[in-house]
Design a binder for this molecule. Structure first.
Ligand code: NAD
Length: 477
């Protein structure tokens, strides 16, 4: 039912050299369902050797060929989506339909980056003499070390992996120990599609030990991390000390601005879906709901009705629309955030409690009149909690939206065209979606500003961070 997961190094699935492993737990049942190999330094050295050896040939494999191999991997993912979704739901908890959608979405991401491989254009710079040619080309940076979390076990890997491979880089992925099985299936699809040995290496282990070893290592040219802001700051500092390029995809605290002229039904439906997808464990999840006075109560009623219609349970059960949280620690954090907010005066509209019995469940929760002093109003609550406050004027709402050091995603609903245009100008974030939920497409930028990190993992700019510029000037003499 659930496979034990090995390391993938130099084209071979293998146990850790020292035989070490970690338990994998089903968050819906709290049962240990398998083991994942725990890499030590010897395994990392093998992966580093394999990735740097493979770079010599992968970098000169034509972009057309690289793209073809990637597209075969995308097709295999589509064929295997049901099987992979079953693994993902068992290890991560999300409903099967969400796991399947994530797998199919990953195939689209691969296709998109496969196309990008052929568009890494250079330039000819007009010269000052007639016999001089000045070329700028883009070349792969080298071996990439990528660190990815458990919330989207495949999606978080595929963005880094596809961009790296398209650019001609090789990669060592430190996958999520909580959810190792589905990213292993992603890597298997690439291997079965014909990606040469050493181009992709997948390891698991103690995150800090692996990052402290790989980031300073001379064979690693670039790192990419997705996770919390404190860990991201630590890894970015380490990368800086060793002059390594870095992409940082960190935490968020997304505001949702709902104005009185908005289509409240659409806003309530779309935002409830976005908030409670993946049990709220999403870096771009809507979190601070700022609702204009005149529609505050009406909107909360509509939103709460959507939330009460969710069915929480084991993601494998038909009809489940929200699963458990990933671990007991995450569930305890959310409980503490909710209790703190309620003690300080917030009102529980729906939910508010941990689940009874086995599984790391926390009810989908709506809190209104949340005071500014509540911890959750400023710290990222990575779970199924929606927080509401009202506002009267535009400036007040925008000031609140921009108050925090985070700047990842933001959402807004309004019909007045001047207001919509002003929001696009004024809200400080990497991604703003107005009157619909349009984030996360491979062809559009995905990334934050301020403490939410830097770099993008989507759009035509995403491949750039895996490329370096080379300038060659030659005179015909
Ligand atoms: P955590 O900070 O312990 O871990 C988050 C991720 O970072 C995990 O994948 C972990 O393996 C990795 N990590 C931690 N220390 C590391 C290190 N020294 N080197 C390399 N990787 C390291 O928190 P958690 O309880 O697992 O997750 C909750 C928090 O993580 C949330 O508050 C959220 O901010 C953040 N998170 C963010 C995303 C995202 O998509 N941006 C995804 C998952 C978790």
């Amino acid at each position: 039912m659930y496979p034990d997961v090995m390391l993938f190094v130099n084209g071979q699935w293998q146990p850790a050299a020292d035989g070490g492993s970690l338990d994998v737990v089903n968050p819906a049942t709290e049962e240990v369902i398998g083991q994942v190999a725990r890499a030590g330094q010897a395994d990392l050295d093998k992966a580093l050797d394999a990735a740097s050896t493979a770079f010599a040939t992968w970098r000169i494999t034509s972009p057309l060929e690289r793209g073809k191999t990637m597209r075969r991997a995308a097709e295999l993912l589509r064929e295997r989506a049901d099987h992979i979704a079953g693994i993902m739901t068992r290890e991560q908890g999300k409903p099967l339909a969400q796991a399947r959608a994530e797998t199919l979405g990953a195939a689209d991401t691969i296709d998109w980056f496969a196309g990008e491989a052929q568009r890494t254009y250079g330039q000819l710079v007009p010269a000052r003499q007639p016999d001089v040619q000045q070329q700028v080309s883009k070349r792969p940076v080298g071996v990439v070390a990528a660190f990815t979390p458990w919330n989207f076990p495949i999606n978080q890997v595929v963005r880094k992996l596809s961009a790296a491979l398209a650019a001609g880089c090789t990669i060592i992925v430190k996958g999520p120990e909580e959810t190792p099985g589905s990213p292993a299936e992603l890597v298997r699809a690439f291997a079965d599609a014909g990606v040469p040995a050493g181009v992709i290496n997948l390891v698991y282990g103690v995150p800090a030990d692996i990052s402290e070893y790989l980031i300073p290592h001379p064979k690693v040219a670039k790192i990419s991390f997705t996770g919390s802001t404190p860990v991201g700051k630590h890894l970015a500092a380490l990368a800086g000390q060793h002059m390594k390029r870095a992409t940082m995809e960190l935490g968020g605290h997304a505001p949702v601005l709902v104005f009185e002229d908005a289509d409240l039904d659409v806003a309530a439906r779309e935002m409830a879906l976005a908030k409670f997808r993946n049990a709220g464990q999403v870096c771009i999840a809507p979190t601070r709901f700022l609702i204009q006075d005149a529609v505050y109560d009406t909107f909360i009623d509509k939103f709460a009705a959507e939330v009460r219609a969710l069915r929480q349970g084991d993601g494998l059960d038909e009809g489940t629309t929200i699963g458990p949280m990933i671990h007991g620690r995450g569930r305890d954090n959310i409980e503490a955030f909710v209790n703190d907010a309620v003690e300080k005066g917030a009102q529980v509209v729906t939910g508010g409690k941990r689940g009874e019995g086995k599984g790391f469940f926390f009810e989908p929760t709506v809190l209104k009149d949340v005071p500014a002093s509540a911890r959750a109003w400023s710290e990222e609550p990575f779970g199924p909690v929606a927080l509401f406050q009202s506002f009267s004027e535009y400036d007040e709402a925008v000031a609140e939206a921009n108050r925090l050091p985070f700047g990842l995603a933001a959402y807004a609903y309004a019909r007045d065209h001047r207001l919509v245009a002003a929001l696009g100008r004024d809200v400080e974030c990497g991604m703003l979606t107005i009157n619909h939920n349009g984030l996360g497409l491979p062809e559009a930028p995905f990334g934050g500003i301020k403490d939410s990190g830097y770099g993008t993992e989507g759009g035509s700019e995403a491949i750039e961070s895996y490329l370096e510029l080379r300038y060659v000037t030659q005179a015909a003499r």
